[in-house]
Design a protein. Structure first.
Length: 208
């Protein structure tokens, strides 16, 4: 399973609860960190300096690695991993790999745009690793048993390219709230979170 832990949780009260719950399942879970305050700094600086989206994308990948480094320091079960082999090795050693995305994302020539965020990167990584389950930890509550991916895009919950990469990954995806960490172990056994689905017959948007 891949758990995408957004950078918006950096200053939240539930971050260490999630890390503890994930660490308890070490060997079966990888973390994709968001960019959080580090990515916010990239956006702010772009507005002031005027560098293009290609540069901003590279810096945003570094921002994810920065948040990943912060997470690694908070729990001894976590280990930064920048390649597929490093991720698999960490899992084999009963650790929780925290993805540092620059190397793999650049090698895959993914779109260099703000329309591709850590949500899409998490879905892409699921496909690259052959992971069958993806959990996005998001603020807000989603009471329905299923939530349409395009609706989440329209509401600004996920980025515009997420439906495409989720569809290509072959993984099933769910939404978890910040307070749901205690339910993670149960969620590994059976679906308990709202599932992200795509309308049958609707093609995901092509990457730009």
């Amino acid at each position: 399973m891949i758990v995408k832990l957004g950078g918006s949780h950096a200053g939240g009260p539930h971050l260490k609860d999630w890390l503890a719950a994930i660490a308890a399942e070490a060997g079966s879970i990888a973390i994709v960190p968001g960019g959080g305050p580090f990515a916010d700094a990239v956006r702010t600086a772009q507005a002031g300096i005027g560098y293009d989206d290609r540069a901003a994308h590279a810096m945003a990948l570094m921002a994810m690695a920065q948040f990943g480094s912060a997470l690694e320091s908070l729990n001894p079960a976590l280990r930064l991993a920048a390649s597929r082999s490093a991720i698999l090795r960490a899992l084999k050693e009963r650790k929780v790999p925290v993805w540092s995305p620059e190397r793999m994302a650049r090698a895959a020539a993914l779109p260099e745009t703000w329309e591709l965020t850590s949500d899409s990167l998490a879905a892409w990584l699921a496909g690259a690793l052959g992971a069958t389950r993806l959990v996005l930890v998001k603020h807000g509550r989603f009471e329905a048993t299923t939530v349409d991916a395009d609706e989440l895009v329209a509401r600004g919950v996920v980025d515009p390219l997420f439906p495409r990469y989720l569809g290509e990954s072959g993984a099933r995806a769910w939404l978890a709230a910040p307070t749901d960490s205690a339910s993670l172990a149960e969620g590994l056994q059976r679906p308990i979170f709202p599932e992200i689905v795509q309308r049958i017959g609707k093609r995901p948007p092509a990457a730009k």
